[in-house]
Write a protein that binds this ligand. Sequence first.
Ligand code: 5CA
Ligand code: ZN
Length: 478
Amino acid sequence: MVDDTGALPARTDFSEWYNEVLWRAEIMDVRYPVKGLYVWYPFGFGIRKRTYALLRELLDRDHEETLFPLLIPEQEFMKEAEHIKGFEDEVYWVTHGGLSPLDVKLALRPTSETAIYPMYSLWIRSHADLPLKLYQVVNTFRYETKHTRPLIRLREITSFKEAHTVHATWEEAAAQVEDAVDRYREFYDRLGIPVLVSRRPDWDKFPGADYTIAVDCVMPDGRTLQIGTVHHLGDHFSKTFSITYEDRDGEQRLAHQTCYGISERCIAALISVHGDDRGLVLPPEVAPVQAVVVPIIVGKRGDEVLAAARRLADDLASAGIRVKLDDRDLRPGAKFYHWEMRGVPVRLELGPRDLDGGVATAVLRTGGPKTTVPLASAADGVRDLLVSAMQALAENAADQLAGQVRTAGSMPELAAALDGGVAVVSWCGEHACADRIEEETGGAVLGVEVRSDLVVPCEGACVACGRAGTTALIGRSY
Ligand code: 5CA
Ligand code: ZN
């Protein structure tokens, strides 16, 4: 689909690398003629499909999937004051049906609180209806004015997973927030992406929330990407939308709510955190192709080798491994390059000498020495290799993050730490100090109550004003 010959820029030129890998590995085509809207290539969509299957698997344990309309009537959208303030400059409006102006303008959902909660008001009657835990995977629209970027800052978010839960009490909703954070950690753990979890400062919380817990990853250039958020909504929306329930004593009470979301930024993280100078490196669970078989056809045993390669691929396929036989009329080197770019975890080479030895030569995308897999038990061998590939990928990513987190005790140290990473500092909690940090270092306070083994508590004097502070995470973010 794309001509992918030619070298990729080094990943140390992260922006260049990212843009090139997106088309060379056939993930996104950026040529769609609307700013902030991009097209999934089928290969990229294959990664997306499997990544979201994993997300669904984790949520389906105790949530139910649903689907609400894209259009939200203006009067519902305008109901919750803080929420509107947060989104008013980002909403697309539908104003006409054909040539006729609509009586009621319709918003394209930027997120779905105001679509879902009027229905929750009808659905929830008594304590027996609680807790309610629903989610949907939809497209949402945000008229972003910051620099748009494929998979990172979109005007049409194509893969917005949003969960909306309702509980009897504030405490139960708070427990759900913790549960959701754990679920997101598990999701990123399965993808081998180490994350930093923290509570956002109040001025950075979701419009209409009591508090927001965010999940960030660190990109290769040291900038952070918010790849998930969990919000405690308190009773703000239940007041506005009359979501009440009758408790055990027959009293009407306001419900308490949470919502949490993940977008295709999870794919941006997957690509960026694991990729290398040769292209993608994919976790086997979400790789569209887990193993590629490349016949090495030299001399006159070509037919024999090709037949054995076909048998090998068939064996792997019938064992449930996603395998491709690359029998194209190309040099092996060109095939290696092609599949490395696409992040295929295991490459199996089969030449006359391998065949004589009853093995295939195996190479992991994550590196390391070549090994062999016996043809007689190829599926078992490849399965083991996929496990090793996943381990290597997760270890590499953990090492990478460990090198990107630094503690800083002064403003100059902080500025230095932000070059290529994130910083842990002591901060007094004042907005003015956060502003000073931002002006002098370009770093924002990402959050407090930071949860990560990599973060050592930092309880001394505020890095900006010297008053007493507590541990805070500072980063330059996407
Ligand atoms: N209703 C809540 C929870 S679903 C909500 O909308 N939260 S949010 O605004 O924080 O969005 C959830 C996640 O979507 C963010 O953490 C971020 O990872 C991702 N996201 C937000 N805006 C964009 C965008 N323009 N492009 C890509 N991803 C985005
Ligand atoms: Zn301070």
